[in-house]
Write a protein that binds this ligand. Structure first.
Ligand code: HSE
Length: 429
């Protein structure tokens, strides 16, 4: 074993960073044996130096992250600060100064992944980011390496624990969105400002990263269609139950049926209770991958939290250190397929539409005609009337989102349609 240690700079020492430092210290001998050289924590960049950090010698702590990555003797920079800046500049500087980078930064990778990969390549360095998507769950490496000989057609996942906790609570207790969110906040699952989670931004960044790797195509955050889950109601869950479904916030990355383009989207959707993703409870994450040769695979586990996310960071750290000792780098960006990323209009799926209509002769025929005129085939219709008004639930066969949007627009114009109560996509069938 080499005795000279590989030096690691840790940028950020919050929930994840402190766990990374703890595991590096407590598992030092095992890590050294697995890598073939000791790894040494050479510096820890923090915002608040006065905070007591158990197990981290005070002399390693600095507020000058730039000076730390510019030291010139750092082998690996571990970035767990999050956000775009200063993380982007620090990572770029790390490459310039000869280090490889392990990052957990989904927002940055979803926005600037291509440029960061290029910078890594220019400097013969590694950029690894298993922790950026679904915490401890191995996803990036299985997609990038284990499935590199297969053709992935679809990635369907629950990649946000906060929203899965809220939706699971609504499903199991009949609670409304606000009540379930309040409980998630009280238990520490939801942040004080839950926007990134409940509006789907967090999941959309993860979808961009997964789609890019799965389809060997650059997919940026802006390419991902996004709908949050704040409008999901207890009534939607009741409708889902009647169909033998539940509701999940899904990240869906798909190759078009003709294989000529891909799509990536995040939105709430009904999925059958028989689908493996339906049984993912609480704050857990799971990702279902469909590919030509492997068939269906599911990856399941804790998608957030200090220790689980640190597990993914440490796995990357070991891999990057091994590469460094071998004078090699691991796989970089694979975007050779360069498939066009289509918009939501091209997505083809099934829909559950709930309408409030007048309960009088000819209304059902009128509604059915609108669907037919837009080429959307109806699978089932269920009507419940009361006092001259009725609730009409239409479930369609597969249709394009553009055709469905046209249908809904035309339905809204009918005098007999009082309102469109909800539209929910039906996935996983
Ligand atoms: N806030 C995320 C979640 C974890 O709830 O899953 C970090 O991506």
């Amino acid at each position: 074993m080499r005795t000279r240690p590989l030096k690691v700079a840790l940028l950020g020492c919050g929930v994840v960073g402190s766990e990374v430092a703890r595991i590096m210290t407590t598992h030092a001998d095992d890590l050294a044996a697995r890598i073939g050289a000791p790894v040494e924590l050479a510096g820890v960049a923090v915002r608040r130096p006065s905070k007591v950090r158990e197990g981290i010698p005070a002399e390693l702590v600095t507020t000058d992250a730039t000076a730390l990555v510019k030291r010139g003797d750092i082998d690996v920079v571990v970035e767990v600060i999050g956000g775009i800046e200063p993380a982007r500049s620090l990572i770029t500087t790390a490459f310039e100064y000869g280090a490889s980078v392990v990052s957990a930064n989904k927002a940055l990778l979803a926005q600037d992944g291509a440029a960061l990969h290029a910078a890594a390549e220019d400097h013969d360095a590694d950029l690894y980011y298993e922790a950026a998507v679904a915490g401890a769950i191995p996803l990036i490496r299985p997609l990038r390496e284990s499935l590199a000989g297969d053709k992935v057609n679809r990635v369907l996942g629950i990649v946000n624990g906060t929203t899965n906790f809220i939706l699971d609570k609504m499903d199991s207790t009949g609670a409304g969105y606000q009540e379930a969110l309040d409980e998630a906040t009280a238990l520490g699952y939801a942040e004080a400002d839950p926007t990134a989670d409940v509006e789907g931004f967090d999941a959309a960044a993860k979808a961009a990263i997964l789609a890019g790797i799965a389809f060997h195509t650059r997919v940026r955050l802006d390419d991902v269609y996004r709908e949050g889950m704040t409008e999901v109601t207890a009534a939607d869950f009741a409708s889902a139950k009647e169909m033998g479904c539940t509701i999940k916030l899904l990240a869906i990355c798909e190759r078009a049926e003709d294989g000529a383009s891909v799509t990536a989207r995040v939105h709430p959707a009904m999925i059958p209770l028989t689908h493996p993703l339906a049984s993912v409870r609480g704050a857990y994450n799971a990702v279902f991958v469909e590919s030509d040769a492997s068939g269906q695979l599911m990856f399941y586990g804790p998608g957030a939290g200090g220790a689980p996310t640190a597990s993914a960071v440490l796995g990357d750290l070991v891999a990057v250190c091994r590469n460094r000792l071998n004078g090699a780098t691991g796989p970089g960006e694979s975007a050779y397929a360069a498939l066009p990323v289509s918009g939501m209009g091209d997505v083809v799926t099934r829909y559950h539409i709930s309408l409030d209509v007048a309960d009088k002769p000819g209304v059902l025929a009128q509604v059915a005609t609108v669907f037919a005129e837009h080429g959307v085939s109806i699978d089932t219709v269920r009507q419940q009337g009361k006092d001259g008004e009725a609730s009409l639930v239409v479930v369609t066969h597969r249709a394009s989102d553009a055709a469905l949007s046209g249908t809904v627009e035309a339905l809204r114009k009918l005098d007999t349609v009082r309102g469109v109560a909800s539209i929910m996509r039906v996935e996983g069938e």
